[in-house]
Design a protein around this ligand. Structure first.
Ligand code: PEP
Ligand code: MG
Length: 574
């Protein structure tokens, strides 16, 4: 038995066999060969196999996404059989007496460079298609298995360098019992999605994960971030007992499904759910959440092959609004950082999390802004809509955003399209916004604190980096003071504050947030009932005293101790 440790990113424990996902480009080395005709044969055989694979993908896409979206595979087939590329590869193998992989990789680099140097962004993007196709052929030549996550049909735990948000969204929780990654932090988007899919996850485990052999038996604990490879019987027994306990706790939590979110001494708050697509609504309804506190619309953009149209967006927003009588907070496009689009190349930046993203991007791309803002305002007639704008840093931005919505509202009125009542708020996730929260509260209808980013910017610590994850401190008084100031500033103007970052679903922080009078907690559907039950065990007036103490602490460790002691005294268990 062998043990590994990482960062617990999505709760739950499971046992299943390892499924190693290596999607790296094979490391191609130049080899001098004597039998060039054998290498040429290898090359043609790989092209034949790649053609078969791409045709398969094309058929699947045709069924699932339609002809227009499947057309990309025709382009890939075209690259695969491009006569000029083929001629150059074969010539290189024969004349330079080098291996097929090296010849292909070298020729394809030249072609990629040619496309990258063109002025037309569309042509530049074709370089990515060449990479895609070449990697497929190289993997075939080098014998690297190509895996398709959607085809998994037995219980596995995935081991990967990292999973992209779109890969995570393809996982079928029936078979994927967990995933373990080499890199990443608790608030990387794959981790957030794992929580909403209720798939246990451990991230940031380092290179050792690749010492795990395919098909070996794994026991993972997503709470503690612990992995046992080929666990012994004693551990398996412990696992079974803990699974039973978790099931029992879940049963008790179920009794809170149709109850209000109310503290022991009668203070009422809201517990809403975070979603990434209209497909997540079922989970929200099952969880008994008080509405939707964050709809991350960027996944609509990431799951698409082109900018989603106004009409497509309108349908999605309307569907979500009609699914509940409660309020729905829809966030405008928060693209950039770790969320990329395959149909748009963001300019290269040293620090994409600090760069051209979210509302900064939309205010400069009016076409993208118009389509989304119009879709939102049209959808406002179908439910209780609150619009939330990410990454707002200055009052000027706030004013521009309000102006854009006013402009679009007038435009729709003129066209005779009904616009309902809606609230316009902002994500508080940049320290400058907290600093001026009293001023922002005059313009915004509400605040929603994005603690995932706020912590990252407060401590200057990359939320994706496992090497500095010790500095990512939700419990640090510096974080907690920011939360208190934001809540107080909104209340002073008669406005409300939600937290939609991962802090909202952290049980150890629940008493502190109750004590601060947080108006809405928004979290993964899977945490809603656990937190509602916990709040029912807390007296708000006692929690207020705990807040005074934690805000006066010096370190995160001190805060954790204060909370644990308080919970023990009150007989509250988590
Ligand atoms: C946040 O930053 O806390 C947040 C909710 O947004 P995201 O995780 O999508 O950046
Ligand atoms: Mg954010």
């Amino acid at each position: 038995m062998n043990k590994l440790k990482g960062i617990g990113a999505s709760n739950g424990i499971s046992i299943a066999k390892a499924y190693i996902l290596i999607d790296d480009v094979p490391n191609i080395k130049k080899k001098n060969i004597s039998d060039s005709s054998a290498e040429v044969k290898k090359y043609y055989a790989a092209i034949k196999e790649a053609t078969k694979q791409i045709n398969n993908l094309k058929q699947k896409a045709l069924k699932k996404l339609g002809a227009e979206k499947a057309a990309v595979f025709d382009a890939h087939l075209g690259i695969l059989t491009d006569p000029e590329m083929e001629r150059q590869v074969v010539e290189k193998i024969n004349q330079e007496k080098v291996n097929a992989s090296y010849a292909l990789s070298d020729v394809s680099d030249v072609f990629k460079q040619m496309f990258l140097s063109m002025d037309d962004p569309y042509m530049q993007e074709r370089a990515a298609d060449i990479s895609d196709v070449t990697n497929r052929v190289l993997k075939i030549i080098e014998g690297v298995k190509i895996k398709d996550l959607t085809l998994i049909n037995e219980e596995v735990i995935i081991i990967a360098h990292d999973l992209t948000p779109s890969e995570t969204s393809q996982l079928n929780a029936k078979f994927v019992k967990g995933f373990i990654t080499e890199i990443g932090g608790r608030t990387s988007h794959s981790a957030i999605m794992a929580r909403s899919l209720e798939i246990p996850a451990i991230v940031g485990c380092g290179k050792n994960v690749f010492k795990i052999k395919e098909d070996s038996k794994l026991l993972m604990d997503g709470n503690l971030g612990e992995i046992a490879v080929n666990p012994d019987n004693k551990l398996i027994k412990e696992f079974e007992e803990r699974s039973k306990k978790i099931e029992e706790a879940k049963k008790i939590q179920q009794t809170f499904k149709n109850k209000k979110s109310i503290s022991k001494d009668g203070w009422e708050t809201k517990i809403a759910a975070n979603i990434g697509s209209p497909n997540d609504i079922d989970g929200v309804l099952k969880s008994g959440a008080d509405g939707i506190g964050l709809f991350r619309t960027e996944f609509l953009y990431m799951d698409s092959d082109d900018w989603p149209t106004e009409e497509e967006q309108f349908k999605s927003y309307k569907k979500v609004l009609e699914s509940t009588k409660d309020k729905v907070v829809i966030r405008t496009l928060d693209i950039g950082g770790d969320k990329k689009l395959n149909y748009f190349n963001f300019p290269y930046e040293m620090n994409p999390f600090l760069g051209y993203r979210a509302i900064r991007f939309q205010l400069k791309n009016k076409k993208v802004l118009n389509a989304q803002f119009r879709a939102l305002l049209r959808a406002s007639a179908f439910g209780k809509l609150a619009i939330n704008v990410p990454m707002v840093a200055t009052i000027e931005e706030m004013k521009s955003i309000r102006k854009e919505f006013d402009r679009i509202e007038k435009e729709l009125n003129k066209e005779g399209t009904k616009v309902g009542k809606y609230e316009l708020g902002i994500m508080v996730e940049i320290p400058s916004t907290v600093e001026l929260a009293d001023k922002f509260a005059k313009y915004a209808d509400f605040f929603s604190v994005g603690t995932n980013d706020l912590i990252q910017y407060t401590f200057a610590v990359d939320r994706m980096s496992e090497s500095v994850s010790y500095l990512y401190q939700p419990f640090n008084p510096a974080t907690l003071r920011k939360l208190k100031r934001t809540i107080d500033a909104s209340h002073a103007e008669g406005k409300w504050t939600a937290i939609c970052g991962e802090v909202a679903g952290e049980p150890m922080l629940t008493p502190v947030l109750v004590g601060m009078g947080l108006d809405e907690f928004s979290m993964s559907s899977s945490s809603v009932l656990e937190i509602r039950k916990l709040i029912s065990e807390i007296n708000k007036n006692e929690a207020e005293k705990l807040v005074e103490k934690v805000l006066d602490a010096e370190t995160e460790t001190e805060v954790k101790k204060l909370i644990s002691k308080w919970m023990k005294e009150k007989g509250i268990e988590i």
